[in-house]
Design a protein around this ligand. Sequence first.
Ligand code: PMP
Length: 440
Amino acid sequence: MTRGGGSGFGLQELARISHGKGSYVFDEHGKRYIDGSGGPAVFSVGHCHPEVNAAISRQLDEIAYGYRYLFTSSALEELTETLLRVSGNCFKEILYSGDGSEAVESALKVALQHFAARGLMNKRHFIARRRSWHGNTLGALSVSGFAARRRAFEGSLLDVTFVSAANAYRMPEGCSSASLVGYLAAELEQAILARGPETVAAFVFEPIVGAAGGVVPAPAGYVAAIQAVCRKYDVLLIADEVMCGSGRSGTWRALEHDNAVPDIMSIAKGLAGGYIPLGATLVTAQVAAPILSEHGAFMTGHTFSGHTAACAAGVAVQRIIERDGLLERVRTAGAVFQDAVRGSLSKFDEVGDVRGRGFFVGVELVRDRATRAPFAPDRGLSFDIGRRAFADGLICYPCSGNVDGAAGDTIILAPPYNASDAELEEITAKLARAVGETLA
Ligand code: PMP
C-alpha cells in the first residue's frame, strides 16, 4: 500500500479516495464520509462543485498556464482584482504561489526585501510565537513554534525569537484575563529591545491559531496592542491567514474581526478551495513602494507562480462565495454550529474548551477540567478520536502538542462554507459519538 506521503492520524492503512460531492467524500468501497474539517480546512465550497470544475476545464481547454515572466492572463488579473477587493482594498500587490508554506516564505522574503530596498540591511531577524504553525519549507518552519515538526531539522533553521502564544485558555504563568494583552505586548516589546530594534524585520503570527493550537482566536485588543509595538520599532506585521483566512472565520480576512490590517498577509487553503493548489501573499502599498522603486520587482516566485488554471479555480471559488453570500452564512450558521458542538460535548468532563469563529471550531480535551491538565502525550487521545470518527464516516482534524509541544489534544472542525444545517448536525452528532466512545 503506497501512502500519500504521511502516516495520517496513525491510521494503519489509508483508504483509497474515489470521489466527492458537496460536503461528502467516498472511498473505493463506496463508504461515505462527511467532511467535517474540509480536509485540513481547505474545501471552502465543498467537493466536485460543477462550476469550479467547469471553470478549470474551460481554462485547460484554452491553456494550462502562461509563464509569469512572459504573460499575464485574464484569470490572474480577475483573481487579483477580486482578492484586492474582498480583502478590503487595503493591499496593493499580490504574489502568487503554490501553497501555504510558499505564501509564508514569500511574506518573509518581502519583509527582508523591503528593508534591503530602504538600505536597512541589519533588519534580518524574525520574531514569532510558540504554539504556531507556518509551514514546512525551511523559512516557514523556522518561524513555526511546533517542536515535534522542527526537531529533525534543528541546527539548520533560521535563528528566530519566540514569544508566548496569545491563548486566553492557556495563559502565561501569573497572567489574568485582564492583564493578558498587556503582558503579551510588553513581552513582544522586550523581545524587540533585547535583540535590537535595528535588527528586527517582522513579527509573524496566526490571527486564529490552527493546527498548533486547536483554533485559538486572539484575545480582544491583542492585535491593536502588538501592532502598536511593531509600528514603534519599524517592525513589519505579517499575518498568516493560510488556515483562518479566505472566509473561514466569517469575514474574508480573519483580522477584519480585529479591525486591523497587517503589512503582509499569507493565504492559501480555502482560496482555491482545494481544486488546484494555490497560495498568495498580499502586500500593502507602503511595504511594496520601496521594493518597486529600488529593485523594480519582488525577488521571489516560482515556475508555477500564478498558474493560470489555479487562478481560474480561485476566481470560480471566490465568485461562488460572493454570489451565494457564504461569508454571511459562515458567520450566522457558524455561531449556531459552535453552540451545538459545545452543547453536544458538555456532558464529557474531558472537554475543557470549545472555541473558534465562523466555520472554524476547536475542541480541547483535558484530563482535568479544573486544572486544565492535559492527557499524557502517549495516550494519543485526539488521534484516537480522529480514527474513531473516520471509521464512523466523519472527517475531523485531530491535533496534538498544543500545551507544551508534546502534550495537548485538540480537534478542529472546518466544514465547507456551503454545508447545510443537516450536514452540520451530522458532524456535531458524529463527533460527540466518537468522543464518547473513545473516552468510554
Ligand atoms: N500557515 C498555516 C497557518 C497553516 O495552517 C499551514 C498548513 N497547515 C501553512 C501555513 C502551510 O501551508 P501548506 O501546508 O499549504 O504549505
